[in-house]
Design a binder for this molecule. Sequence first.
Ligand SMILES: [Zn+2]
Length: 606
Amino acid sequence: MKTREEVPLDDRWNVEALYPNQNAWEQAFKKFVPNPQKSPHWPALQQYQGTLEKDPKKVKEALDLMMGIDRELSKLYTYAHLRHDEDIANPQFKKNYEQILTLAHAFAQETAWFQPELMALPDTVLNQFLASPILSDYHFYIEKMIRMKKYTLSPDNEKLLALAGQALQTSYKTFSAINDADFKFGSVENSQGEAKPLSHASYGIYIREQDRLLRERVFKQYHQKYETYENTLCELLTGQVQNHLFQARARQFSSCLESALFPKNIDTSVYHALIEAVHERLDVLHRYMQLRKRILQLDELHLYDIYVPLTSAVDIRMPYAEAEKIVIESVAPLGKEYQEFLRKGFQKQRWVDRYENQNKRSGAYSSGCFDSLPYILMNYKDLLRDVFTLAHEAGHSMHSLYSRKTQPYQYSDYPIFLAEVASTFNEDLLTRLLIERCKDPHEKIFLLNQKIEDIRGTLFRQTMFAEFELLIHQHVEQGTPLTPQLLKQEYRQLNQTYFGPATVIDPEIEIEWARIPHFYYNFYVFQYATGISAALALAEKVVDGQEKDRTAYLSFLQGGSSKYPIDMLKMAGVDMTSPAPVKAAIETFDRLLSELEQLLNQTATV
Ligand SMILES: [Zn+2]
């Protein structure tokens, strides 16, 4: 494998667009903070402490100053973090990266007074601020802050809550330690008698293998490990739910769910509507399971049979240059301007760090800041999966590009609830193009199956998770203790409901809850389901739609965080407060499934 120095310029991202070299970065750092040891690092900021009540001009000055520092800090951070990921063993990059992290931490501390001081002002003063033309650039920013006021405690109590913060992370940290470090899963024999080492990463691979005996063995062995620790894992999950309940009750929210969704301004009805809409159409998921059983020619479809591809003979490969080309082509429905920005980004501005090299960070992401290109890290290996990853990350990068071009600094980032819409949208456009072009029926089956699996994993599975999460919080809210027996029983029931009569619900699945880190994230996973629903509904609209649908979608990309996420999606053309987008996504699943059934029937008769 190439060392970083050996990677040709065209295959590297253009970090020089930020700073010409490491030396220039260090100069800029020095100029920004001449003495990193001395605090406060930004004495000018401290001058505003205690002055906010006086007049909106002070508030604006303080905010302008804060945003200016933040912006410069992000630029320095972006360069250091990109270089760090190019070669994580490079000591210079590592040092610079740690320097900037320390500085970012100092910035957070030195600005921590701002929000509490503002929130402590009387409502009359805050309303004057909101109405003041001086603060018009920050109107929504302040409005969001004021919204939280109702649930903000007295300064003393807030301090106490903050103090408890670290101790309250123990459940999650312990879960991570046991799950990521302490647990060893041994090895499993495949049907050839070869020992296969089992880990989190290899589990994901083996469970998709054609070797059924291997699948069955890894499924059982993997879950049995968790079963052995069911009491510990149950206590840890209980601890985390208790943590959420403590926060919710301390701030007088009516429920854990409300406490988690209120800061995003998402009504709890959105959450319930998602679950309800999915429940209404579980028949299509059941139909898919029946199809699996038939095509795989199984007497019994077990839970270790649900990830294996329905065709095994397909291996689509594509060199990187071709992947760029097809991703650019696939976004044609978004118009010439969008396409040209992306082409320029790929081919002229060098957004993408294309291939693996020694000590490069694994995986893929889109990253950058207000003053940078929307960089993409890839570890491209010619697989079809990599082409989709490129489309996905390009979706994020184009969202960033449009938001940063259009919004002022304070609204240029998009929130988590919206983050996966643009990326999933672009994956969908790519699927459409590939399926449209595909001549070989087996390839087409493969592509359809992949898309169906995407929707199953993101919409159905994550909604089942969301339902489980809601259940366990409700149990604790009502004073019912969580026991391994209760959790297993609830989890089994959910699996039965979701997978339907064609699937054998193996007893090992009852413990699956014990291995899902997302159950510690506080009502996070439902956003995967709403995200893909919004993306599919929007793609359907834009592809078949008129100019106004495309314009609406582009204005969503331009919106950043200038509105609440639900309002932003409304602007794009989907109303997440209604069940319609989720229903439409399931319709898409239904349509793809019918196509797949038809193709499979045809190829079987050929
Ligand atoms: Zn993503």
